[in-house]
Design a protein around this ligand. Sequence first.
Ligand SMILES: [Zn+2]
Ligand SMILES: [Zn+2]
Length: 396
Amino acid sequence: MADVPHELSAQIGDGGEDATGDDVALDPGEPQFDLVEPGRVSRREVQPDTIKRRAMGKMRAVQVAQGGGALELVEREMPEPTQGEVRVRVEACGVCHSDSLTVEGQWPGLSFPRIPGHEIAGIIDAVGTGVVGWSVGQRVGVGWFGGHCGRCEPCRRGWLIDCRNLRIPGISYDGGYADAMVAPADALAAIPDQLSAVDAAPLLCAGVTTFNALRHSGAMPGDVVAVLGIGGLGHLGVQFANKLGFCTVAIARGSDKEALSRNLGAHHFIDSATEDVAARLNRLGGARAVLATVTSAKAMTPVIEGLAVRGRLIVVGVDAEPIEVSPLQLIGASRSVVGHAAGASIDSQDTLGFSALSGVRPMIETMPLSRAPEAYARMMRAEARFRMVLTMAEQH
Ligand SMILES: [Zn+2]
Ligand SMILES: [Zn+2]
């Protein structure tokens, strides 16, 4: 585990320019982002009390008893998969800012108690009836996309992530803060052998969000692509942009993020605290795409003037405030501002495959499941560098 200073200030959600990462000692040129030894989780011994609990059909889970309540470690009945579902023995689960929707009870229609967690990596250990193509022993992940209805208009058009009845683990049904969880088979992504569970977990939400947005950005190899905010999302976005062959620009507040950004693969760094971001982007020829991972609409507004002709501002950082843009800014250069949701399970699988292929890895801090409240609090204080990941092995 990294020794982490506590100077971070702002709450930034999935990503954000306030999540600093400047003083992590990285060795340039290496796939150095693996703060946890790959495969460490799967090599751990199963503890005797775990075996006993399983024999009794029980599991550990961290649940929220009611909206706004505390996360609590409880013993639950082991869930059984029904038709079209599999049970996943969870090895690792990332802690995402969107888990606060469950903890705070902010998602409409949530029922309690609920187990949060939608960055789930594990192994199938039971298969329900009618499941084709998935079997016991297979390594799988489940992300924000937790199943689609197949009947609504977006589903019928093939836009599964836009399903009007989208199911989300940890919200629509119990998620990954547990020894096991049950998911519909259409929510599964296969995990390649080269990726450990702890590395795969954050790629199932933060990873697919950035990778999928960048690969559909319309930018071609060599084009200028900027990532606004170097946090949970942005530190992956910079790596993906570099590996996709873009001229990669990192934009963050404060020059202290420059070294980290360059180690992650940024060819250029813009300090938004001291520089005119749009002017710098224009000197580089203008950005074909800017991936906005900051959770501040105000921080997104200044980059619009730095978009090239037909350039796109791709919004993945969440904020309720408006982004300010004039029709003139958009029309004159055929620019656009677009939102982008994470991706369906096949997009997650592509993200995992591309990461295995290219060496993209999340920077993570791990904690055992029993310390989930602490991991969650650390994430909410924006102190995680850059993703907290819960591991289900009991000793840590
Ligand atoms: Zn998430
Ligand atoms: Zn649907």
